[in-house]
Design a binder for this molecule. Sequence first.
Ligand code: SAH
Length: 419
Amino acid sequence: MLRPPVRSTCNRCANVSFDSSHAASSVGEVSSVPENRVVIGPRGVDRLRSGHQWVYRSDVRSVDADPGAVVRLFDERGRYHGRAFYSDRSQISIRLVTSDDVEVDREFLRQRLLAAAEFRKRVVADSEAYRLVYGEADALPSLIVDCYGDYLVMQNLCQSSERMKPLLVELLLELFSPRGIIERNDPKVRLLEGLEQRVSTLYGEVPDEVRAREGGIEYIYDLHHGQKTGGFLDQRENHEAAANYASGEVLDCFSYHGGFALTVAAKAQRVEAIDLSAAAVSAAQRNQKINGFDNIIFREANSFDLLKQYDDEDRRFDMVILDPPAFAKNRESIPAAHRGYKEINLRALKILRPGGYLVTCSCSHHIAEALFLQIVAEAANDAHRTVNVVERRTQSRDHPILLTVPETHYLKCLILRCL
Ligand code: SAH
């Protein structure tokens, strides 16, 4: 059973240490200071042994910790399993930080941030916009930090990561000297943690428009209001991969600010790029202007309708790009998502010229890669097209997948060649 958290004031100060196991009272002393200890049951232990890093509420046996504390994890036999972030609200009660017996303090976090940055130096060669920290995959659960030129955007998606915010800002300033840091703490998952949704500037000034390059393309980002943290940085490498196959006429169906359209434009004769959102279309048009292209038409349209219309009209393209929003937000919506993905892929395959390429993506982590391949195969059969799988891609390497945490692998991007 969960014990109600004991209130404490000693480990509140974010600037000191989050590993407050030192605060445990000595034997016989009467104290209300929590020991920051959580005991988990056998299913939780098995889960950690399988390499996963989360333990669900139903597998927690007892808690002596404040919400958002860094706790020491034990099983019912008293064996130590590591230090973890504790949430008193989420179904994910425990997020493992380390299985070592070490303090999760300022220096610990500094080292983890440095390691994350070191890795980005290897995998981000030619981009001023990239993901610097990707939560669990960087051993910093529920912490996202994206870099856009001189500015950083942070997301604190669990109680502990929220509680560490002041210290994280201090460390980000010390290590990376940004001109400004903004928190984009507006994702809905924060509500599951009992945290409010908020967007605010944490350091310096963050202008309404921030310019940065991804590869050869310059973008104007709105870090305050843009989707995600301002851009779809996870598609950066896929934009470039698509450009390798582009020629002739290209249709980009869910274009947002033009990531695919702008990157393939230099290789294509003409690009038509559509999005349902008028704001996204005008941002994409501005991006086209600052990059000096004149062969892209960005316009507002519904991809489902337009693909059907072009199919009915026998319009043909040399490349079609499909990068819709996540159709499956949860398990229950998998069948509807299956139908949605199949429909757009079927239409896209039908309007491709022989030898044309389909670049098709799904960012629903509930649609595993095998299922996505199956859906596209069903679409190919129904469209009577023979298709090569040229590339099976995923999110950019600055969004690394944690092998034993399947939730960290969410983006699929297939590059297919139609015979
Ligand atoms: N391809 C973009 C990211 C796309 S995000 C990139 O690489 O940067 C998904 C986009 O699909 C959003 O901009 C959203 O406005 C748009 N969208 C959602 N439903 C749509 C629909 N039915 N038709 C066209 N666009 C749609």
